[in-house]
Write a new protein. Structure first.
Length: 181
C-alpha cells in the first residue's frame, strides 16, 4: 500500500512526527503546502499531521478541499499541541476544522508537541501572552491544563516522543493488512 504522510508545521514538532511516521511506514513525506490533488489520488492511504494554532489544524484545509480524492482510502489525522492529550477534549477543535460529513471517515490522533517561547513569531507571542492573562484572571479553581500552561509559560519545553506516534503507524499497518487479505 502506498501511504502518503503530509504535515502542517510552523516550529517543527509536527514535521518531526511526520518524518518518524513516514520512515516507519516507508512512505513519502511532504509539507501540506506542497500537497496537490494528484498526490491524494496517487496514494492508497493518507496520514496528515497539523500543529494546533488558535483552534485551527495547520494544513487541514488543503486536504478537506480535495477530500473526494481520498474516497475509500484510510485517512489518519494527527494534531500536535502543547496540551496533554490524555487530559484534553479535542471535540471542538475537530468540529471546527472537519466538516460533519468527513469526520466518520477519518481516524484522529492527538500528540503532544513542545514550545520554545524564544522562537515564537510576534503574533504567537502575543496570543500566548493573552492566553496567560486570561488564565490568570479566571476566578475559581484552574484546570490541570491551565495550571500546566502557567507552569511552562516562557520556557522551552518538549514532549515530543517517537513512541507516541506508534498508534498511527499501527493503524495504517492494520489498514494495509486488511487490504491484502
Amino acid at each position: 500500500m502506498k501511504t502518503l504522510v503530509a504535515y502542517g508545521s510552523k516550529y517543527g514538532t509536527t514535521e518531526q512526527y511526520a518524518s518518524w511516521i513516514a520512515q516507519a511506514l516507508d512512505a513519502r513525506c511532504l509539507s501540506a503546502r506542497a500537497l496537490k490533488r494528484d498526490d491524494l489520488l496517487a496514494c492508497d492511504a493518507l496520514v496528515i499531521g497539523g500543529g494546533l494554532y488558535a483552534g485551527g489544524i495547520r494544513g487541514m484545509k488543503r486536504v478537506i478541499d480535495a477530500f473526494d480524492a481520498l474516497e475509500g482510502k484510510p485517512v489518519a489525522v494527527f494534531t500536535v499541541g502543547l496540551a496533554n492529550p490524555d487530559e484534553t477534549d479535542y471535540a471542538r477543535i475537530i468540529q471546527k476544522n472537519v466538516p460533519d460529513a468527513l469526520r466518520d471517515r477519518i481516524r484522529f490522533f492527538h500528540l503532544r508537541g513542545g514550545i520554545d517561547y524564544k522562537r515564537l513569531g510576534p503574533v504567537h507571542k502575543v496570543m500566548m501572552a493573552m492566553m496567560k492573562c486570561m488564565i490568570e484572571r479566571q476566578k475559581g479553581e484552574r484546570s490541570e491544563e491551565d495550571r500546566q500552561f502557567l507552569a511552562l509559560y516562557g520556557q522551552a519545553v518538549t514532549f515530543v516522543s517517537q513512541e507516541t506516534a506508534r498508534p498511527i503507524v499501527d493503524f495504517i499497518r492494520t489498514c494495509e493488512s486488511e487490504t491484502t487479505v
